[in-house]
Ligand binder design. Structure first.
Ligand SMILES: Cc1cc2nc3c(=O)[nH]c(=O)nc-3n(C[C@H](O)[C@H](O)[C@H](O)COP(=O)(O)OP(=O)(O)OC[C@H]3O[C@@H](n4cnc5c(N)ncnc54)[C@H](O)[C@@H]3O)c2cc1C
Ligand SMILES: Cc1cc2nc3c(=O)[nH]c(=O)nc-3n(C[C@H](O)[C@H](O)[C@H](O)COP(=O)(O)O)c2cc1C
Length: 777
């Protein structure tokens, strides 16, 4: 085959040499517009794992890289007056020039033709090539020529960064944070040879503008950075090697991804590779890794499917299918890490103590969890666990999940909440044996707080005929029986979630009709009831249309909420949560999708919050002063024009000002048009943002399914409690089970169950030992 690589960066060169190795008869040329050994940038960094991968494909190159690289394990944070270091992270740093020189020399050795100083205009310049590799970097001309084919999706990010170097020696991947009168700057620093370290300085656009750096030339920018980081640089200079760039040397990161990676141009098959097809932010330093692994995968496919011209279409198809998955995974992690650095100045730097800031930074990509950190550096993690626990009533080395949490006069024994879950088992709003068994089992199961499902303040506030209510004395006594049992037989606290279904009321139990939220048929024997809401907007297109509430309706519903609250106190609940989420009555006021009022209760967010805040204030006044109250909100409607996470911060601020103790951060279910992005802990970013920006304690909820998730969330300060719903349906003793799974033994089991404890612990200990042994193979 005749192959031309446009662009002699890591991807083009590495592909060329591996392909030549695969079949010496291939005629391979790399065309590069720069001179040999002439490149921008300083060092690049990738993980040990990438080098192991390279070793399998071309030991000679890997050996050269190994000789030239700088290896280090530690990450060091310089933040305020603290220097914190943790180990076990395993990085490889190498000068970009050095890496390219190794690849160029190896290409020549294997017989790849290298053409320098040739600026290629198009993939059509090589009509006799069977295959053209567009390895022409982030601004790929080949990609730009055919946007309709490759369908690039390019996002320019708001932060500014400048890529500098220094001769100051660093022996760890170092992160420096400095505050100016206009905001925070950070530097990402890593050594890549015996004399030089890469020194990338980054800040938000508004901070950059406020310092006039948009008008600063390179020398002025360097002088600025030298002054800013003078304490750390200890007299060393910062250097640029981007003299060829005109104007400001400060860049915005561009995230590139493409729907299609290859195409036939009439003569040749053309395929994008490396930065031309995808970029990953330097916050996890993996652009070069991706470029090298692209090259490996394409060669792997040629090896597997045949390295002949006829096989090219098949090979390119498989190449994209396989690589796309890894690339998306890495881009997602890089995106999280990038966002962390974009917001850290406003969200974390002034909010978190240095110890917690370090933890938050280390877990910024959300790929590294609490238990990963334990594997990397046990001593550091245990030190951090002790720091975290030291701020609670139970000091010592223990996972954050198993530290107590105090709110008003209530202390939860640990940070796990059984999230409220509708059972649809009530009759006439009364809870009975089903609830005693359900709630009792979960109270025995180890969680610190068990929340009762949404309970209505009036009969028309129920979701279904099977939902509980608290509007009469009998119902109060029914709840009291359960609460007395829970208090007598467990050390869990029990809370009530109080809420009015509003526009989502009068629906069937999920198993009665066609699933959730289906309206009760008009001829149903149990009967239907008229709905109320902020506005006459039905939840489902075929749902019953609610009536917009009048002021008299509002007064009646507020009074119902207050009466219910008094009953909740009589029934002995420890905690009360006001349900302002999921499209129910109070949520229908908050979201602009469901509130179309033109009076004082519609329009601006402040107006839309007015009624929910009135209810909150009345309920808070009726609820005993010494007991806590949380508010559940939908922090994101997942619909264009609906509530956004930024609105959620304002909502949280308003409830905080009204006296709420915590915000329980759920999302969605406000509009049937929603398009949520599900994933592990997918709602936790809302809890994190609200906690830092509104300055109120939060409960994270949603796809939190392991102790490792809970510990990672709490330790990073992303929430104060974690609510777990569906896992508790499968396993009432979820907390006890997870404790055993991670080897935490200092947890009390119910007296009658204790003989199950050592057995469960031993089983998990065996599993962990087996995993460790398998990893060592
Ligand atoms: C500030 C910063 C820090 C980074 N840090 C890291 C890091 O720590 N670790 C990491 O792994 N990655 C890092 N990267 C990313 C990394 O540099 C790239 O992801 C990687 O180089 C991609 O390799 P590539 O071969 O696809 O493209 P490139 O390395 O960009 O190579 C493309 C080549 O094509 C040539 N070319 C372009 N157009 C033409 C044309 N028309 N004709 C001829 N030649 C052409 C260019 O001159 C260039 O040599 C960083 C990037 C930046 C901006
Ligand atoms: C069967 C079921 C019933 C639920 N009922 C309620 C409820 O009454 N009130 C509420 O706020 N959320 C309710 N939810 C939502 C959960 O509390 C929780 O927010 C959601 O399930 C995400 O958590 P998970 O991923 O741990 O399941 C319910 C969820 C389930 C699965």
């Amino acid at each position: 085959m005749k192959i031309v690589c446009i662009g002699g960066g890591p991807s083009g060169l590495y592909f060329a040499l591996l392909m030549k190795k695969l079949g010496h008869h291939h005629d391979i040329t790399v065309v590069e517009r720069n001179k040999p050994y002439d490149t921008f940038g300083w060092g690049v960094v990738f993980s040990d794992q990438t080098l192991d991968n390279m070793r399998q494909w071309d030991p000679e190159t890997a050996e050269e890289v190994q000789q030239a690289f700088n290896h280090w394990d530690d990450i060091e944070l310089h933040f305020k007056d603290s220097v914190i270091r943790s180990g076990g992270h395993g990085f490889v740093g190498i000068g970009r020039k050095k890496l390219l020189n190794i690849l160029q020399a190896r290409c020549e050795q294997l017989g790849v033709k290298l053409l320098f100083e040739q600026d290629v205009q198009s993939d059509l310049d090589f009509p006799d090539a069977d295959l053209v590799i567009a390895s022409d970097g982030i601004n790929s001309r080949v990609r730009s020529r055919l946007p309709e084919v490759f369908q690039p999706d390019i996002v320019t990010r708001p932060n500014r960064y400048i890529w500098l170097g220094t001769n100051r020696q660093y022996d760890a991947f170092t992160f420096l944070f400095e505050k100016t009168e206009h905001g925070w700057f950070q530097a990402h620093v890593y050594k890549f040879d015996n004399q030089t370290s890469t020194f990338i300085v980054e800040c938000p656009e508004h901070v950059w503008l406020a310092h006039g750096l948009d008008k600063a030339d390179q020398d002025a920018s360097i002088a600025f950075c030298e002054k800013l980081f003078a304490k750390n640089l200890q007299g060393e200079k910062l250097m640029t090697n981007a003299r060829h760039l005109r104007g400001s040397a400060w860049l915005n990161f561009q995230r590139v991804k493409c729907a299609n990676w290859s195409h036939f141009n009439g003569n040749s098959h053309v395929v994008l590779m490396g930065d031309a097809v995808h970029t990953a932010h330097f916050a996890i330093g993996s652009g070069t890794k991706l470029a090298l692994e692209d090259a490996i995968e394409l060669v792997r496919q040629f090896k597997a499917l045949g390295d002949t011209t006829e096989r090219i279409p098949e090979v390119l198809k498989h190449y994209q299918a396989v690589r796309e998955i890894d690339v998306i995974r890495l881009q997602n992690a890089a995106w999280n890490a990038m966002e962390w650095f974009e917001v850290c100045g406003e969200r974390y730097c002034d909010q978190l103590a240095p110890e917690q800031f370090m933890y938050s930074m280390l877990t910024r990509s959300q790929r590294i969890s609490h238990e990963n950190l334990r594997l990397r550096d046990k001593a550091w993690l245990e030190g951090y666990e002790a720091w975290f626990a030291g701020r609670t009533a139970t000091p010592g080395v223990r996972p954050p999940m198993f530290t107590p949490y105090a709110q008003r006069s209530v202390t939860l024994k640990n940070r796990v909440v059984v999230s409220p879950m509708a059972q649809y088992m009530a009759q006439d709003g009364r809870v009975g044996d089903d609830h005693l068994v359900h709630l009792g089992a979960r109270a025995m199961g180890g969680a610190g707080l068990v929340m009762v499902e949404m309970t209505a303040p009036s009969a028309d506030g129920r979701i279904t005929h099977g939902c509980p209510g608290l509007w009469n004395d009998t119902q109060t006594q029914d709840f009291k029986r359960i609460n007395d049992w829970v208090h007598a037989k467990s050390d869990a606290k029990i809370g009530l979630q109080i809420g009015h279904a509003g526009p989502k009321g009068s629906t069937c139990r999920p198993w009665q009709g066609q699933g959730m939220d289906q309206p009760v048929p008009a001829d149903d024997t149990e009967g239907n009831w008229p709905l109320i809401a902020a506005s006459p907007v039905p939840y489902l297109p075929h749902g019953d249309v609610p009536r917009a509430m009048t002021r008299a309706d509002m007064d009646r519903v507020t009074a119902d909420f207050v009466a219910s609250t008094q009953r909740a106190a009589q029934a002995g609940f420890d905690w009360l949560e006001l349900h302002c989420a999921h499209g129910y009555l109070l949520s229908s006021f908050i979201s602009p999708l469901t509130n179309q009022r033109t009076d004082d209760y519609g329009g601006s967010l402040a107006n839309r919050l007015r009624y929910p805040l009135e209810v909150f204030a009345a309920v808070r006044a009726a609820w005993p002063e010494h007991l806590p109250m949380s508010v559940r909100i939908s922090a994101h409607d997942w619909v264009e024009g609906g509530i956004t996470p930024a609105d959620a911060v304002e909502i949280a601020r308003a409830f905080k000002a009204a006296g709420a103790d915590m915000i329980d951060c759920s999302s969605g279910q406000v509009s049937a048009q929603q398009k949520p992005t599900y994933g592990r802990m997918y709602q936790t970013p809302f809890a994190d943002r609200i906690r830092q920006e509104a300055g109120i304690a939060t409960i994270a909820v949603g796809a939190i399914s392991e102790a490792d998730h809970v510990n990672s969330i709490l330790a990073a300060g992303r929430a104060d409690l974690c609510a777990v719903a569906r896992p508790h349906l499968a396993n009432p003793a979820w907390t006890l089970t997870e404790a055993a799974r991670i080897g935490f033994k200092d947890i009390a089991w119910p007296r009658a169950y204790v003989s199950g404890k050592p057995q469960l612990e031993a089983g998990f200990a065996r599993e962990r030992a087996l995993q460790t042994a398998t990893k060592g193979d």
